[in-house]
Ligand binder design. Structure first.
Ligand code: ZN
Length: 94
């Protein structure tokens, strides 16, 4: 699955940077629709999905830390971990 690019008019639920809100619906990314699309698009490829989410997680953490240098305003790494990984059941076989 190729990653849709975040361009104006893009119909996909992809992250807007540096705020990491979905450019389509405005929810924190991954939004509910993005989660569904990722689980569908990566069915049978959980390792690939894990690698994509890990990459996105690192980019999000870097962006949010740069955007909000005050530690109190930046989500914790635990919160971001749960946001990016808890929903995907990556340890559960397809
Ligand atoms: Zn969305």
């Amino acid at each position: 699955m190729s990653w849709p690019s975040a361009v104006p008019g893009n119909p996909f639920h992809v992250p807007g940077r540096p705020h990491w809100r979905c450019i389509r619906c405005g929810n924190e990314w991954p939004c509910p629709t993005a989660k569904t699309e990722l689980l569908t698009g990566y069915r049978g490829m959980k390792l690939s999905l894990s690698m994509l989410l890990a990459s996105q997680w690192v980019d999000c953490l870097n962006d949010l830390c740069a955007l909000n240098p005050s530690k109190g305003e930046t989500p914790s790494t635990r919160d971001l971990y749960e946001r990016f990984f808890n929903w995907a059941e990556l340890g559960v076989p397809d």
